[in-house]
Design a binder for this molecule. Structure first.
Ligand SMILES: [Zn+2]
Length: 164
């Protein structure tokens, strides 16, 4: 994806108030991120570890979604679970259930969308083999390009559910 600035990121959020978007944590090393290898920017807020963010180009523009990790949802050491975006299988808490507040009236009524994600939101790096999941990986016959396409489709579906 194209490199983003702090301003791009802060103005992209669809499910936060303006005040929240101003205060939320943005990676301090934006220039150093491997943008060429990212399908979307995903990160956990270093100042608020239960919070995570996904920022993606969505055809019409940049869409940012704030996520909240559900406490205790990271599975234990023996259990394996799968990220709903990149379908990487992790053990040892590498996948967590995170919820996103829906946009608009639905969100104001407290409705959220919950899905399992790579705990570090680094899906792009797992599917390219730049990061390895802890535990046994299931071998897949898909090419990297196919995994990228699948991840983008899953992400588009997720973003559409948040903004439904
Ligand atoms: Zn993932």
């Amino acid at each position: 994806m194209e490199p983003l600035t702090e301003r791009d990121i802060r103005t992209s959020f669809v499910n936060c108030s303006k005040g929240e978007a101003k205060r939320l944590g943005v990676p301090s090393d934006l220039a150093a991120l491997p943008w060429d290898d990212l399908d979307f920017l995903g990160y956990r807020d270093p100042g608020a570890p239960a919070t995570g963010f996904v920022v993606a180009e969505n055809g019409t523009g940049l869409v940012g979604v704030a996520l909240r990790a559900v406490k205790g949802s990271a599975r234990g050491f023996t259990a394996r679970s799968m990220c709903s975006l990149c379908l990487t299988t992790h053990s040892s808490g590498g996948v967590a259930l995170m919820t996103a507040r829906r946009t608009g009236e639905s969100g104001r009524q407290g409705n959220t969308v919950g899905q399992y994600f790579c705990t570090d939101l680094a899906c792009s790096l797992y599917i390219r083999g730049h990061k390895k999941a802890v535990g046994t990986e299931l071998t897949e016959t898909l090419t990297t390009d196919e995994k990228i396409a699948r991840t983008r489709t899953n992400l588009t579906t997720f973003l559409a559910r948040v903004a439904e």
